[in-house]
Design a binder for this molecule. Structure first.
Ligand code: BGC
Length: 762
């Protein structure tokens, strides 16, 4: 044992020494380069335009676009959202052949949930609670993107989202800081691997720093205002986890923090990120984030660009104000040369770490682009990962799984559509290659099933709303007939069938950026269809597409089976069919709370108790914290999701009920698969800190294990708990634990838990 420890120690020391030598080499290289650079060239490195008017193709140098000229003049540090290896290679050649210092460009893209092989939207992926799958999806995304010229992705998006109205809740991992932190780390590992200079790893960009998910009223880009307690305990942990995991870059968010836009917030960008957390990479603004500070009302363009730079911004996305105003600001003493050098250094270091100075065409291997993108192997994995993101919300009388026989009516505006399957932010996807639910069902059902399709309704009764919800080539195609006729056709299909599969919900662009909703129900045109279908008395399965938690009270009360499939990616159609027919047993669990109505929002499981909590078993009491017209309960709690089998939990067994100092507590349950199918269960550990120097949440997720259980099988699941798991940021923002009583809870969701008490002294 001792020898083993010595070997490990020696290994760690040698790794540390190697890293130090590498850092020293990088520093020497960058020092030498910076010495040669003019002020304009330094500012050029901080400039990140979009693809602009560049003409890709032909001989580099024959291009007279303004952007090409800027590259030649050394006024561009990188470009983003250009797709295609030959185009990227072409642009890189301009920098390498025609600029004075021949500094390679960095190429970024929003590779958010896959490249051409598209995985579920991040909110869906998080419901797999499977870190190896999350990491794997990011690994495949990196492989494909890097094969096509990209070396930098604007992902992971780790903003905590507790407001279902906010469209970008789709892009994150839900409401919980602990789970969000695990996912943030897994994504960074998946993209960056352990060596950024490999040609199949790409640099992560953690966004949107910080608190973007807490926009008031769920309206995108809106004001954020929160206590430092809440920031540190609930919203900042995933960003910190990503920084700790070695993420190479961060993106500042559009919103303000403490009254100062994040893009100019020195406390956030420098004091917290760099000084407290030790982040060593670079920070890019969000799209025109600097220019928008003029509208925020904190100064003219020259002022806000100086403020951004001095606050800790290193790269300016699209706005070009750092490029255009910094020389003047320098003369006026509003920015310093040291700050410009520091920002320039961080960009050059990122390029160095990516190996671009060794080989600027490292990510431009046309052969890889041909063979590694949207490969059969990647698609197979995407199909399997998608199926694991789906959450079975209801399955009365075991309507599911369906038999591969008889007649099935497949109905709904999202049933026969490919373009919407990848979901929001699938910049690199080829929509025509995605599989619709109808095609997937036909493929998986085999020849013994007769399928009758009918559209049943438009996405929404309002044509203009539907247009807004079908942007970026994702229009569903409007059926101009009267709604009653479209429904009648679907009812007719249902009447001829043994079971109805209704594929309804949101289109892909009903969530994502600038897609906030004040009504979070299924659009009424589709609800009308659903009601008509239910009236046929046929068994019905609602296959629900959504990018946010929806208010599903009526559906939960009336529809026998509901399978929430989010947006599953390019292979969604197959994956939906795999689950519908039981080839895959669903195992996803919600990572956001599903409210009864929009008035309950924001709603999240880890709330505080208040001084007037509602008594157990009641839903209304005068002068208690509740509503007159709706109970406090959600429809589906955080952590919830069913399976085609059932799981039962024993009581909790504790290694001790009174602990001291740094002891370890073991809490175990036995979980039994009580049904007749093999399945997976996510066993969740929650802890309540009963008394604190500040108020504490009623429960907090502190661990989880996803286990496989064969039909009838029982397994013991144990969690090791140490004081580390009890720590939180107190009133003085000191991260520590406090002695006292704790409730340990274990269960299959945040509501249905077994509990046991312990006391823990210092
Ligand atoms: C979004 C970012 C994205 C950027 C670049 C912005 O509008 O907020 O998430 O990375 O555009 O496309």
């Amino acid at each position: 044992m001792k020898r083993y420890i010595l070997v490990i120690a020696a290994f760690l020391v040698s790794q540390f020494a190697i890293a130090q030598t590498q850092d020293a080499k990088m520093k020497a290289f960058v020092d030498a380069l910076i010495k040669k650079m003019s002020l304009e060239e330094k500012l050029g490195q901080l400039n990140l335009p979009g693809a602009g008017d560049i003409v890709t193709g032909g001989t580099p140098g024959t291009d007279n676009s303004q952007l090409a000229q800027k590259i030649k003049d050394g006024k561009v540090g990188g470009l983003f959202n250009i797709k295609g290896v030959s185009k990227i290679k072409y642009v890189q050649q301009i920098a390498m052949q025609q600029s004075r210092l021949k500094i390679p460009l960095i190429f970024g893209m929003d590779v958010i949930h896959g490249y051409e092989t598209v995985f579920p939207i991040p909110l869906g992926l998080s419901c797999s609670w499977d870190m190896s799958l999350v990491e794997r999806s990011a690994r495949i995304a990196a492989t494909e993107a890097s094969a096509d010229g990209i070396c930098w992705t604007f992902s992971p998006m780790v903003d905590i989202g507790r407001d279902a109205r906010w469209g970008r809740i789709a892009e994150g991992s839900g409401e919980d800081p602990y789970l969000g932190s695990q996912i943030a780390k897994a994504m960074v590992r998946g993209y960056q691997g352990n060596d950024l200079s490999k040609n199949n790893t790409i640099m992560a960009c953690v966004k949107h720093y910080a608190l973007y998910g807490a926009a008031e009223a769920g309206r995108d880009y809106n004001t954020v205002d929160m206590s430092h307690q809440r920031m540190y305990n609930d919203y900042l942990p995933p960003y910190k986890a990503a920084s700790d995991a070695g993420a190479g870059s961060f993106m500042a968010s559009f919103n303000e923090v403490d009254g100062v836009p994040a893009t100019a917030n020195k406390w956030l960008l420098t004091d917290v990120l760099r000084k407290q957390w030790g982040f060593k990479g670079f920070v890019v603004t969000d799209y025109t984030g600097i220019n928008e500070m003029v509208d925020h009302g904190i100064g003219d363009l020259k002022t806000v660009s100086a403020r951004a730079l001095m606050a800790g911004i290193d790269m300016d996305m699209v706005g070009e104000s750092i490029l255009n105003y910094s020389a003047k600001s320098l003369k006026e003493g509003k920015v310093t040369m040291a700050q410009i050098d520091a920002a320039c250094r961080r960009i050059l270091e990122a390029k160095y770490k990516l190996g671009l100075f060794d080989d600027p065409y490292r990510y431009c291997d046309e052969n890889r682009a041909k063979t590694e993108i949207f490969s059969d192997a990647h698609r197979r994995e995407a199909r399997s990962i998608a199926a694991q993101s789906f959450v079975l919300l209801k399955n009365q009388n075991n309507v599911l799984p369906l038999k591969k026989g008889g007649t099935i009516a497949v109905v709904g505006p999202l049933a026969d559509n490919r373009e919407n399957m990848p979901g929001t932010w699938s910049v690199a996807a080829n929509f025509q290659k995605a599989t619709s639910v109808l095609a997937g069902i036909k493929d998986v059902a085999g020849n013994n099933v007769k399928i009758i399709y009918a559209k049943g309704s438009n996405l929404d009764a309002d044509e203009q709303f539907e247009e807004r919800a079908g942007m970026f080539g994702k229009a569903l195609g409007r059926d101009k007939r009267p709604a009653a006729d479209i429904i009648a056709e679907a009812v007719n299909a249902a009447n001829q069938s043994d079971v109805v599969v209704a594929v309804l919900g949101e289109s892909a662009e009903m969530s994502g950026e600038s897609s906030s909703r004040s009504n979070i129900e299924i659009p009424s045109a589709q609800k009308d269809l659903l009601k008509a279908l239910l009236q046929t008395g046929k068994p019905l399965v609602l296959v629900l597409f959504t990018g946010r938690p929806l208010a599903l009270k009526w559906e939960n009360d009336n529809v026998p089976a509901i399978l929430n499939v989010w947006f599953g990616g390019s292979e969604a159609g197959f994956a939906v069919a795999d689950v519908l027919f039981g080839d895959v047993n669903p195992s996803g669990k919600l990572t956001t709370t599903f409210p009864q109505n929009v008035g309950q929002v924001p709603i999240y499981y880890a709330h505080k108790n208040t001084g007037r909590p509602l008594e157990e078993g009641r839903w209304f009491s005068k002068f208690r914290s509740n509503y007159l017209d709706v109970s406090n309960d959600p429809v589906y709690p955080f952590g919830y999701g069913l399976s085609y089998t059932g799981f039962s939990y024993s009581d909790i067994k504790l290694s001790s009920t009174s602990l001291k100092g740094n002891q370890t507590l073991t809490a175990s349950v036995t979980v039994t698969n009580s049904g007749n199918r093999d399945g997976k269960e996510v066993v969740q550990l929650y802890i309540r800190d009963v008394v604190g120097s500040v108020t504490r949440p009623v429960k907090e997720l502190k661990g989880f294990q996803k286990i496989d259980l064969k039909a009838g099988e029982t397994k013991t699941v144990s969690f090791k708990i140490t004081p580390e798991d009890l720590k939180f940021y107190n009133y003085d923002l000191k991260y520590d634990w406090e002695p006292g009583d704790f409730v340990i809870m274990i269960g299959g969701n945040s509501r249905d838990v077994k509990s046991a008490k312990v006391s823990w002294v210092k």
